[in-house]
Ligand binder design. Structure first.
Ligand code: NAD
Ligand code: ZN
Length: 357
């Protein structure tokens, strides 16, 4: 067995107001007059945060439309236009939720790598280090701030550019930036973290490394969504650290059933990651009984609506597509159900599960 030797984020700053240090953090990364490009979630357009971005010289702020999850075409177009406009670029700084962080990672890689980002969807296909990249989350849960992937929807599949060049060079964890997230969104993205923990802790790939981070992240999620009666500053602090630790947990294990099934939904119907996982988790009592019980409690306690019946009226072909995408996520199934997973998760069983969603 080969042990994973994984590349981590190089620098981490944590704390309320740490965003104010960004100018100082970026200064040594500036290469002559080559600009820094700030990719910012469109939610922040016209908001006070924009005035706090340390724009210097030819630096550029670009608002990222995150109505849909990032696409390879969007990454390619952005990288191409930046190369045409500036020639060389000092770095790409992503400010937003998981979608913006992934977009920033991918664009930074595509400034230096030839061809299309679709060519690099897979494992260890990226050949060249990208330009400097920093990630500043404004939603907590995905773990995209620590992961070695960037999930993209391409012409034929939804798959990450997984590589040692993918992790950020720097992350700025400032919980203050998450304070205006709407309760529903905060819950869906927060549950992504909760589900990472359950899938990691209940999986066959579990080891002490993953367990240490997974248990801590789970405990923080429970503090925020189970124990507290009201959202407060401390909740933002705790959920941001939960996201980080949850990401570290799956870095050394793997996700499981909710993610494998949710990928099918997102590929066919465009269902977003957080909400898709929630839709699936609701029906996974056979696989994660305790986790699903607690999940349902949190849904109720936090008065969240989870859509039902999203697979109603789909054609046989469409069910087939989702099943193919899902069954294709082999490592996820192996983590969840063990080496003999194919005997346990048959196409019929998966079909019946999609039918319930
Ligand atoms: P998101 O980035 O898709 O954003 C969801 C919505 O929240 C958007 O409308 C956005 O405008 C809004 N938003 C963001 N910050 C806000 C704030 N502070 N206040 C108010 N609104 C705000 O949501 P997400 O759940 O963080 O990310 C999901 C994405 O992350 C998916 O594309 C998924 O594929 C990806 N993901 C990546 C990894 C990874 O390891 N790379 C892991 C999990 C998920
Ligand atoms: Zn996830």
């Amino acid at each position: 067995m080969a042990f994973r030797n994984f590349k981590m984020v190089s620098y981490v700053v944590y704390g309320r107001g740490s965003f104010n240090q960004l100018d100082e953090i970026l200064a040594p990364q500036r290469k002559g007059d080559a600009p820094m490009v700030f990719l910012v979630d469109h939610f922040f357009e016209g908001k006070p945060l924009i005035a706090r971005i340390p724009v210097r010289g030819k630096d550029k702020v670009i608002f990222a439309d995150t109505t849909y999850e990032p696409k390879t075409t969007q990454v390619d177009a952005l990288a191409k236009s930046l190369k045409e406009e500036f020639g060389s670029i000092s770095g790409v700084i992503g400010i937003g939720g998981g979608s913006t962080l992934d977009l920033a990672k991918a664009v930074a890689l595509m400034i230096t790598n030839p061809g299309s980002s679709a060519d690099y969807q897979g494992w260890d296909l990226v050949q060249e280090a990208g330009v400097y990249k920093a990630g500043i989350p404004t939603l907590s849960g995905t773990g995209a701030e620590v992961s070695r992937t960037t999930v993209l929807t391409g012409p034929t599949r939804k798959l990450g550019m997984n590589s040692d060049f993918t992790p950020f060079d720097q992350i700025v964890l400032d919980p203050e930036l998450t304070k205006d997230a709407p309760a529903n969104q905060r819950f869906y993205t927060g549950m992504d973290c909760y589900i990472h923990c359950i899938e990691s802790l209940e999986g066959t790939f579990l080891n002490e490394f993953s367990k240490s981070y997974g248990e801590k992240a789970l405990q923080l999620c429970q503090k925020v969504f189970v124990e507290k009666t009201e959202w407060d500053e401390e909740s933002d602090d705790q959920l941001m650290m939960a996201s980080y630790a949850g990401g570290m947990s799956i870095a050394y294990s793997q996700v499981g059933v909710a993610h494998a099934v949710s990928y099918g939904l997102s590929y066919l119907l465009g269902t977003k990651h957080g909400i898709g996982n929630c839709i699936v988790m609701y029906h996974l009592e056979d696989y994660y009984p305790a986790g699903v019980r607690e999940f349902k409690y949190m849904v109720e306690k936090n008065k969240i609506e989870i859509p039902q019946g999203i697979c109603k009226g789909l054609t046989e072909d469409q069910f087939e597509t989702m099943i193919n995408v899902s069954i294709g996520m082999k490592p996820l199934w192996e983590n969840a159900l063990g080496r003999d997973w194919e005997k346990i998760m048959t196409r019929e069983k998966l079909r019946a599960l999609y039918n319930k969603l």
